[in-house]
Design a protein around this ligand. Sequence first.
Ligand SMILES: *[C@@H]1O[C@H](CO)[C@@H](O)[C@H](O)[C@H]1NC(C)=O
Ligand SMILES: *[C@@H]1O[C@H](CO)[C@@H](O)[C@H](O)[C@H]1NC(C)=O
Ligand SMILES: *[C@@H]1O[C@H](CO)[C@@H](O)[C@H](O)[C@H]1NC(C)=O
Length: 245
Amino acid sequence: MSILIVLWFLIQLLNNVNCQNVLFKPTQRYGHSSTFIDGKLYILSGRDDAGAARIGKEFFFIDFSVPFNTQNVLSYDLSSINVVPSHVSAATVKGGANNKTLIFYGGIPYINNKVAMSLVYAFDTQTNSWAPKITSDNLIRKGSLTGIVDDNGKAYLFGGIFVEKTSFNDMLILDTINLSWKIGNSSNAPSPRNAYGATLLSNHLIIYLDLTNYEWYIPKISGTIPGTRYWHQANVIGKYMVISF
Ligand SMILES: *[C@@H]1O[C@H](CO)[C@@H](O)[C@H](O)[C@H]1NC(C)=O
Ligand SMILES: *[C@@H]1O[C@H](CO)[C@@H](O)[C@H](O)[C@H]1NC(C)=O
Ligand SMILES: *[C@@H]1O[C@H](CO)[C@@H](O)[C@H](O)[C@H]1NC(C)=O
């Protein structure tokens, strides 16, 4: 093979690496969002105890669609195309018309809410591109809440907190396909809270909101009930709701 052909291959290889799949070594953070789409976990912003102006701008994904080693996960940097200002505690879900779009709501910008930050962003993981600026109704910005998306692409955003204000117990409902908002009926809603865990059951209940007729209720629970906590995660595995940390 001539040296020119070898060079051409090398240049192509470098180009591919430069385009998007730049390997990346993420550092510890908190207050970031993580969204699992198509075998990839997308991690956006957050901060560390050093203040972390750098971490706030980071956007990367970890590819779990290929065999991986927990000591050495493959992360790919998308920070150069990130358009979301540095923030913590946003809510994200997988949605959109292709059901492979990262839909982002709220979050608390680093600098006292003085940063121009949209309420909603959408990142199409098929084309690796952000949707043009999304303007939303005059809804309040909130953080420290958990986004739950149902089978129809509707994102349920309960409670949360706004900078220096007390918690909420309202339910915002964002249709991630046509990006229209609704407000859920607050009758019997849980008391105001943030940093809670929530998960969707296969029978269309968010623990514990019945989505079929949109009705809050308190389930009957037996056994030893664990103490209250915050900043945990809730997931459903088989018939169990698993609370971690
Ligand atoms: C999106 O994909 C999930 C599975 O990953 C599926 O359960 C859900 O019904 C899909 N939603 C839409 C709106 O197609
Ligand atoms: C968006 O879709 C929902 C059904 O999911 C419908 O009720 C609503 O009217 C639509 N809104 C717009 C602005 O198209
Ligand atoms: C809200 O839900 C309650 C209880 O289910 C019901 O009585 C009330 O009519 C609902 N309000 C609206 C505006 O739908």
